[in-house]
Design a binder for this molecule. Structure first.
Ligand code: PDD
Length: 296
């Protein structure tokens, strides 16, 4: 089955899919992106991801490459063209290709729109429950607008590589005051000593407002799971009852060890499992009204 990617209005064989060497995404990381899970024949949290894409573009002062309705049609054509049932769909928009100059390009430069899909995704709940991740902490060396989902991911690439080299799945980044911000590509959560679900607030632009995080918050509210938004330190996380990470694709993954400290009994925790079950049902249910993403 040939694999196609979408590049500026054309479906091209993936192996040869390319943008110009002066694309501003390539030269300046002057672009934004989204990853959306396509679960069992439908997009999970599509509205939330498209809301955030539009906001990221707005914050970066990049024009919408096309209206939302048109993008939704392209996404569906992309799925059909690749005959996908389960996938991680990657959308990237940059400010376009123009002679290298830090200033925005003058004139009518069209944004670049690229859609591709990452490795063949599998959404098997029981298999997911067996994935137990480890995390290590690293300093958060990023810029101050982490609410924008830009392709400027150097700090996260270095963080993730350090995690892998230290035998872990994820790096939890720690700010200058000693509090965990988020994972290199995930939001971070703990269940504290009192059994309260804790995750960092999103109102200071210091973390990404995850679409998965958003949906889980709404599910917790509906199911009566107590949740508090506050920052926590690695020391508190070491003593947590449970810990987990969330993102599109990753969904909900338990973290059973942080910096070599075993979390709880080192297994999938009760509340983590409940949230994984709830989110999995939500993401794979076509009919369920999916949460809209609200900016902050
Ligand atoms: N990462 N925090 C960061 C820094 C992220 O890069 C991501 C997503 C998240 C979770 O956001 P969401 O729930 O909307 O996926 C939090 C994507 C999946 C990636 O870069 O591959």
């Amino acid at each position: 089955m040939p694999r196609y990617s979408y590049v500026n209005g054309r479906y091209v064989p993936h192996a040869g899919a390319a943008v110009h060497i002066e694309d501003r995404g390539f030269q300046f990381a002057d672009g934004v992106y989204e990853v959306i899970s396509f679960v069992n024949g439908h997009f999970a949290d599509e509205a939330g991801h498209l809301d955030r894409l539009e906001r990221s573009l707005h914050e970066m002062r990049i024009a919408q490459p096309m209206p939302r309705k048109a993008l939704q049609l392209v996404l569906r054509a992309f799925i059909r063209r690749n005959r996908l049932k389960n996938a991680y769909v990657y959308i990237q928009v940059t400010r376009g290709a123009a002679p290298r100059d830090f200033r925005f390009p003058a004139g009518d430069v069209r944004p670049t729109l690229v859609i591709t899909h990452l490795l063949r995704a599998r959404f098997d709940l029981e298999a997911r429950k067996k994935l137990l991740g480890k995390a290590v902490t690293v300093p958060d060396i990023r810029w101050k607008r982490r609410d924008i989902k830009t392709t400027g991911l150097t700090a996260q690439v270095l963080a993730k590589q350090e995690a892998v080299e230290r035998g872990a799945y994820e790096a939890w980044m720690v700010d200058d005051k000693g509090f965990v911000t988020e994972g290199s590509s995930t939001n971070a959560w703990i269940v504290d000593k009192k059994g309260m679900l804790v995750t960092r607030p999103t109102d200071h632009h210091d973390i990404l407002k995850g679409v998965t995080r958003n949906a889980i918050q709404a599910l917790c509210k509906k199911e009566g799971v107590k949740l508090v938004e506050r920052a926590f330190t690695p020391a508190e996380a070491y003593k947590a009852k449970e810990a987990f990470i969330t993102a599109a694709g990753t969904l909900v993954m338990p973290i059973v060890e942080i910096d070599g400290h075993k979390i709880g009994d080192g297994r999938l925790g009760t509340l983590t499992e409940k949230i994984l079950d709830l989110y999995f049902a939500y993401a794979s249910d076509k009919k369920r009204r999916q949460e809209r993403w609200t900016p902050k």
